[in-house]
Design a protein around this ligand. Structure first.
Ligand SMILES: Nc1nc2c(ncn2[C@@H]2O[C@H](COP(=O)(O)OP(=O)(O)OP(=O)(O)O)[C@@H](O)[C@H]2O)c(=O)[nH]1
Ligand SMILES: [Mg+2]
Length: 316
């Protein structure tokens, strides 16, 4: 039982607080395929109670250090918390798994904290499809708070970061850093901005950069104007303010129906992606093999045009 890989047994065990089972269930989800779907299917009806906070920003912005501080704050309320640190193998942040371990090791012995570092580029659909599944496993495990750390570089990473209930975008002091964040698409997804490493010069510049870009953007600020919080993650300065900002955003979302709207939009997105990926998968199957080679030969010989050939494949 201890090392079972049976999805039903794993889900039952992780519900009971078995962290080894939780880790194995997450491994199954990350690997994809039928076992991943089985775990997701079992976890889905059990979830709905987690609140997810996305922490994203440029490589080295201090996301893990900040996350570690947030864990401390959350734990002070004796609430359990899980962290999903995604794609640490990305070429932009090599060695970050080690970095995460070091940065979050303060919590290594705390049974109320579960930290998962993962690189999920392997299987079909990759990050975009496996992350919601991982989150729903953590949800089923009963964590009231889940923090997702992603490097805010690349479209998929930004999408994943945006799929949190509250998204925190981390920039550093100085001119230009927030402009980079804007270019990466992070401005649009931010519910809260953090200027971390506020012990360095340029906090005021970063703040005015962010304000200007927010004003110039056509985002709807009547609903929510993202607050800008300065932090020094290394010392913990400003982290209480960040936690308060996250709480305010959450209260706003819960108060005006925004949370269920967000979650529903996310489900629609995910469903679409699942359908697209399944069809892509099937299309790949239909466009390989001998029959397909034969059709290609027909097209090459100009006996069939590409559209007619495609119609033939789809009709079969
Ligand atoms: N001066 C200063 N350094 C900081 C602060 N916060 C983090 N750092 C340092 O910045 C470096 C990167 O910190 P991480 O927390 O690993 O940053 P990250 O954004 O998680 O990095 P990746 O996951 O690799 O993208 C480390 O050397 C930290 O010690 C801060 O507030 N001030
Ligand atoms: Mg990190």
């Amino acid at each position: 039982m201890a090392a079972s890989r049976d999805p039903a047994q794993l889900v039952e065990a992780l519900r009971g607080g078995d962290r080894g089972a939780l880790a194995r269930a997450l491994s199954l989800v990350e690997r994809g395929g039928q076992p991943a779907r089985d775990v997701g299917a079992l976890a889905w009806p059990l979830g709905g109670t987690s609140y997810t906070v996305g922490v994203t920003g440029a490589p080295g912005a201090g996301k893990s250090t900040l996350t570690s501080r947030l864990i401390t704050t959350i734990r002070a309320a004796e609430t359990e918390v899980a962290v999903l640190a995604i794609d640490p193998s990305s070429p932009f942040s090599g060695g970050a798994i080690l970095g995460d371990r070091v940065r979050m090791q303060d919590h290594a012995l705390d049974a109320g904290v579960f930290i998962r570092s993962t690189a999920t580029r392997g299987h079909l659909g990759g990050l975009a499809l496996s992350t919601p599944q991982s989150l729903r496993v953590l949800d089923a495990a009963g964590f009231p708070w889940v923090v997702v750390e992603t490097v805010g570089v690349g479209q998929v990473e930004v999408e994943v970061a945006a799929a949190a209930d509250t998204t925190v975008v981390v920039v550093n002091p100085g001119w230009g850093d927030s402009v980079q964040a804007n270019k990466a698409g992070l401005l649009e997804i931010a519910d809260v901005f953090v200027i971390n490493k506020a012990d360095r010069p340029g906090v005021a510049e970063a703040r005015s950069d962010l304000r200007t870009m927010l004003e110039l953007s056509n985002l709807d600020h009547d609903a929510w104007l993202p607050p800008i919080v300065a932090t020094v993650a290394e010392t913990g300065e400003g982290v209480d303010e960040l936690w308060a900002a996250i709480g305010e955003h959450r209260a706003r979302l819960e108060g005006d129906g925004g949370l269920s709207e967000r979650r529903s939009a996310r489900l629609v997105d995910e469903l679409r992606q699942i359908v697209v990926h399944s069809l892509e998968d099937r299309a790949y199957g239909l466009t390989t093999g001998e029959g397909f080679d034969g059709l290609v030969a027909e097209v090459e010989a100009r006996r069939l045009d590409p559209y007619a050939a495609a119609a033939k494949i789809i009709a079969e």
